[in-house]
Write a protein that binds this ligand. Structure first.
Ligand code: FAD
Length: 495
């Protein structure tokens, strides 16, 4: 490093998943160009949930040099191929949002257009029959396939993941301080944060501060008062209760999201236990009733005390303000229906790395960062609203509210475009691609009235050959896969 270069002093406030993901990635990639200190409080602890992820986490782990087998062992992780949604369109029905692609796209049109043409000509298969990840998930099979042949994410133990990341961060030079932040000191002129004062009197000075203090948002809100956009009129669920259980059978390679009359429940299978929870709207369900519902529907014996977590869907008005960047729950929260929070942390960390200040913080960087972050959150928000709004359920006040609520114009356009033409476009590096939207829209009962005319160009024989070759490939590939349970055990070296 150049001898006249002064490392930027970065202080990370908070050591949950957000704090340690940021610390590990920054320390590992930025080396001696930064001087990083993380402060966390064992007495306060972390939110302790956040166990289902989406595929880009595989890349994040690679970026910071993590061995996948070590990671799987240490976090008791399983592989995840998607999410099964039960009772969302109507009670008794289910559909699957799988990772990866369904069928094969053409440059002009997604696979749904060819599948719809097939349907018109008498092929009765469902769209999901053409998705390898889905067929593998229901067969409870898994293996790493070349060229990302099987797209996957993980179910993981969030506390163990933070501890694992801590080791990587510390090895790469990050310092950890134990203590409670008592005061955030601001510069009288600029309003920038100058230091964090801890209860024991320690003072941590920095140039850049990352607020990873969770829902408390001590820096970005407590000290800088940026404000919060409340989105609960779109996403009315505002409480969760989480509990861990023994496994009731071999872990399946998918998350389950089971709707009930005032929200939904999750089931996340790890290697050694299950993660369970109920998400609900407190206007329609009391905490006692939610707890009773959760505990009475568990599939394994509980091994932890149920823990209630209140939240408000929404986003901090600025994720980066002055010399403070909010990452994780401090920046906002969208319920875990599509397992997006850890991914939003990843996006924020990578974005910050791309916009790392060279000395003075640039207002242009701040504006760009905030714009991109907000776009991410709005896109995820819209995708979540889709699950609630496009439903046939009218069996409770909660569902009647969801089905009839006003939805954002951005989402309305997406739904109506799909309904009229079968088309979905991915804009601004959107997290969820065409296939995700198509699966959820079809699953929630939105049926396109039309499809791309190019599919009509195929003769009956060509179309049949095309569709059946896709299905044959899937059947052959899945038949050759080992069981998910055996593969995890063998991959982690325990068999
Ligand atoms: P926290 O885990 O709360 O960490 C905050 C840190 O700040 C802690 O270290 C704490 O000690 C520290 N701190 C706070 N105040 C002080 C202080 N005064 N002094 C010193 N330190 C302090 N995400 C997913 O991707 N998938 C999921 O399946 C998923 N499920 C979820 C289910 C629920 C019910 C909830 C609420 C969230 C879920 N999430 C999920 C989100 C996920 O849990 C969080 O995004 C993730 O854990 C990051 O949390 P965090 O690090 O921002 O906050």
């Amino acid at each position: 490093m150049r001898s006249d270069f002064t490392p930027m002093r970065i202080v990370v406030a908070g050591g949950g998943t957000a704090g340690w993901m940021a610390a590990a990635a920054l320390a590992y990639t930025m080396g001696e160009t930064i001087d990083l200190t993380l402060v966390e409080s064992d007495a306060i602890g972390t939110v302790g949930v956040g166990e289902a992820t989406i595929p880009p986490l595989v890349l994040f782990n690679r970026l910071i040099g993590i061995s996948e087998a070590d990671f799987m062992r240490e976090t008791q992780a399983t592989f995840k191929l998607g999410i099964e949604f039960e009772n969302w369109r109507c009670e008794g029905e289910k559909y699957f949002h799988a990772f990866g692609t369904t069928g094969r796209d053409h440059w002009s049109a997604g696979f749904q257009h060819f599948w719809a043409e097939g349907n018109e000509r008498g092929h009765s298969d469902s769209y999901s029959d053409y998705c390898l990840e889905l067929v593998a998930a229901y067969a409870r099979k898994f293996a790493h396939l070349p060229k990302n042949g099987l797209n996957y994410a993980y179910h993981l133990n969030a506390t163990a993941y933070a501890a694992f990341l801590r080791r990587i961060a510390e090895k790469a030079g990050a310092k950890r301080v134990e203590g409670k932040i008592a005061q955030v000191e601001l510069d009288g002129d600029s309003g920038d944060i100058t230091a964090l004062r801890l209860e024991d009197g320690q003072r941590l000075e920095g140039d850049l501060f990352l607020d990873c203090t969770g829902f408390r948002a001590l820096l970005i809100e407590g000290a800088l008062h940026v404000g919060y956009d409340d989105w609960s009129h779109y996403l009315p669920c505002d409480r969760a209760i989480a509990v861990q259980t023994e496994l009731s059978g071999p872990p399946v390679p998918y998350t389950r999201a089971i709707a009930h009359d005032a929200g939904w429940q999750w089931r996340i299978p790890l290697q050694h236990r299950g993660g369970n929870g109920i998400v609900y709207c407190s206007r329609y369900l009391s905490q006692d009733a939610a707890r009773e519902r959760l505990m009475s529907t568990l599939e394994g014996k509980p091994i932890s005390e149920p823990r209630a977590i209140p939240f408000t869907a929404g986003a901090r008005r600025k994720q980066w303000h002055r010399n403070c960047v909010a990452i994780g729950l401090a920046g906002g929260f969208l319920e875990p229906l599509e397992s997006t929070s850890i991914h939003l942390i990843q996006r924020a960390v990578v974005r910050l790395m791309r916009m790392m200040p060279a000395g003075q913080v640039s207002e242009r960087d701040i504006a760009e960062f905030n714009d991109q972050q907000l776009t991410d959150m709005i896109q995820v928000r819209d995708f979540l609203i889709l699950h609630y709004n496009a439903t046939d359920r009218r069996d409770s006040p909660f569902w009647r509210q969801c089905a009839t609520m006003d939805i954002p114009d951005t989402l309305r356009q997406k739904i109506e475009l799909f309904r009229e033409t079968g088309r979905v476009f991915r804009k601004n590096e959107e997290i969820f691609a065409e296939n995700s939207w198509v699966q959820v829209m079809l699953g929630q009962g939105i049926k396109p009235r039309n499809h791309h005319p190019i599919a009509k160009k195929m003769s009956d024989a060509e179309l049949s050959r095309f569709l059946s070759s896709l299905r044959e490939n899937i059947t052959k590939t899945v038949a050759a896969l080992p069981s998910h349970e055996d593969y995890v055990a063998q991959f982690c070296g325990s068999k």
